[in-house]
Design a protein around this ligand. Sequence first.
Ligand code: FES
Length: 132
Amino acid sequence: MSIRHSDHLNDPPVVPVKFILEDPEGLTGSDTPERDLVVPKGCHLLEVAMENGINIEHACGGVCACSTCHIYIEQGMKDLTEATEAEDDRVEEAPGLQRNSRLACQCEITGKGPIVVRVPAWNRNAVKEAPH
Ligand code: FES
């Protein structure tokens, strides 16, 4: 499924974001466990990941209607939009819920970072998109 994009992907990259991948093979097809990126403000973490080849599951296309894009924010929670009630309700359905749990599609980058995101091992995009 294609995802909802912000209008900010082509803005200047200014915010450092590190992705820690518990299952790098499943998420990226490579065994590199960490990815250090610098990304524009205003993007959400799901689009930043997908643009950089990190295949976080996103069954609903990024509209807060599933919980498959569940991630953990290890650092930089204050640099992201606050969770809405709708996100809180959804994320409670996700496996492995923690205090730093968020939905990647709902985390818009608002601060300077650095932001550190852990993608759990069970989150991988098992259903690959069919070629168009
Ligand atoms: S992709 Fe469905 S809630 Fe984020």
